[in-house]
Design a protein around this ligand. Sequence first.
Ligand code: FDA
Length: 303
Amino acid sequence: MLRSSLLYFSEKQSLKHLLTGHSWGQRLAGRFIAGNTLEDAVRVVRTLNAEGFDVTLDCLGESVCAEAETEEACRIYLGILDRVAAEGLRSHVSIKPTQLGLAIDEKLTERHLSALCERAAKVGSFIRIDMESSAYTESTLRVFRQVGAPRERLGVVIQSYLRRSEKDVEELLKFGARIRLVKGAYQEPGHLAFPRKADVDHNFARLTEMLLASGIDHAIATHDDRLIATTKEIARARGVGADRFEFQMLYGIRRQLQRDLLRQGYRVRVYVPYGNQWYAYFMRRLAERPANLFFLLSNLFRD
Ligand code: FDA
């Protein structure tokens, strides 16, 4: 109930203005966001790299309706790729397809993504297309295929809560796609997504089996102890070495677990978002764990 309300409000402008317009909103979001600027994010990447983590950088933004804003987003991401290369940082980039115009025109998104892949090839980097709500699943996968970049340059995300995902994974593996597996963070109807957490988790384990059996370097993105243990078991049983897949987790969530996995010899990539368009991302993080809301509010009023 609270989860649905938080996801509902993640798309509402009124609360967005209230939260983002005040410094206390910024402070609340600070737990999950690296800062407002690329400088802030680069500082975080340097620290994480020094600790042994790889990173993927996300300049926050989504649901863009103006073409000019998509051009600007593309320009910003080209700048991130250049900056990461110039500083020798170990970081990929992650991008929301609607930030590159998927809500306006698929061809526009394809054009931007192609430009980004070209730059990624030049600087030896990698772009991950995040997966948004089910309204965009089909078009995101279509754009991914149309761009047709090699798997060292471009990858996509699959959500285990969607009933269609097993079929999508089968199709994607046929042409060697590199996949990040997540549970899924949006509000979806029962005919498209499993309503029960147990089914989402069961499907996550099933899809992990398929990914680890493929011989391709995929990412298992979860903070769930049980699914992390399952992943390790599957890898062990199939003889898949810790260098042949990676765990991914979000900045600010379960840091000790992130460090423990590194210590155990696994590769861990931290998803680091930055920028002032943090509202929807922040609300999804609260929805994943509504207890965060009370924790954050109590900290806020303690000062
Ligand atoms: P689950 O929600 O069951 O959480 C397991 C445990 O982790 C919790 O018990 C808690 O301890 C901790 N935890 C999880 N979320 C927390 C939070 N917000 N605050 C504090 N603790 C928390 N989704 C999507 O739809 N499209 C995408 O492209 C991506 N991309 C993505 C990248 C990466 C690197 C990650 C880790 C996740 C995503 N997601 C995503 C989000 C994903 O779909 C999912 O909503 C979250 O990862 C939470 O699910 P868990 O797998 O962590 O399990």
